[in-house]
Design a protein around this ligand. Structure first.
Ligand SMILES: CC(C)(COP(=O)(O)OP(=O)(O)OC[C@H]1O[C@@H](n2cnc3c(N)ncnc32)[C@H](O)[C@@H]1OP(=O)(O)O)[C@@H](O)C(=O)NCCC(=O)NCCS
Length: 142
């Protein structure tokens, strides 16, 4: 698919939920974007999606071109686990539209995420603020 195929954002269909998604379609999009996730393990990919609070997808001519996946408690915090847009439709507003929809659905909560060097400019452009008081550890039995 070429980017000029998408003449405007109205040609892109946005949906909520897992309908029409398969782990293989998700993995293909993540490889293309690229978004580093355990995409070779399809059963893990599906678990990630089934255990999420909110999954928003973007489709163009039946093809999956965007995903936002969120965990939220609905009150205080929401975590944007994944955001990926297919390269052919990047810079056309799909990422912004997915984030705007996440913000609407998670209104009142603080949306947190991990970024990468290539995407930090995108979050800055959308009005996110960088924080330096975050800590992480890989959960395991102690
Ligand atoms: C980052 C990503 C989700 C952005 O999606 P997108 O659909 O291309 O973004 P949009 O077209 O909605 O861009 C919104 C604005 O951000 C800008 N922008 C987009 N990507 C940017 C980047 N990497 N750096 C700086 N600005 C960026 C756009 O130019 C646009 O600016 P405008 O307000 O002047 O129009 C997409 O490039 C992607 O999937 N990248 C690979 C995976 C990834 O890095 N995901 C995030 C992991 S944390």
């Amino acid at each position: 698919m070429a980017a000029d195929d998408v003449s405007n954002l109205e040609d892109v269909d946005f949906r909520e939920g897992l309908d029409g998604l398969t782990p293989a379609r998700i993995s293909t999009l993540y490889r293309q974007a690229p978004l580093l996730r355990p995409v070779s393990n399809l059963s893990q990919v599906w678990d990630m999606f089934e255990n999420s609070s909110l999954v928003l997808t973007a489709h163009y001519k039946g093809e999956l071109v965007g995903i936002a996946r969120v965990l939220t408690d609905g009150v205080l915090y929401s975590y944007l686990c994944d955001l990926a847009v297919a390269p052919d439709v990047q810079r056309l507003g799909v990422g912004r539209a997915l984030i705007n929809e996440v913000l609407k659905r998670c209104e009142g909560t603080e949306l947190v995420l991990r970024d990468s060097d290539i995407s930090s400019g995108f979050y800055e452009r959308l009005g996110f603020s960088r924080v330096d008081n975050a800590w992480v550890i890989k959960a395991r039995e102690v």
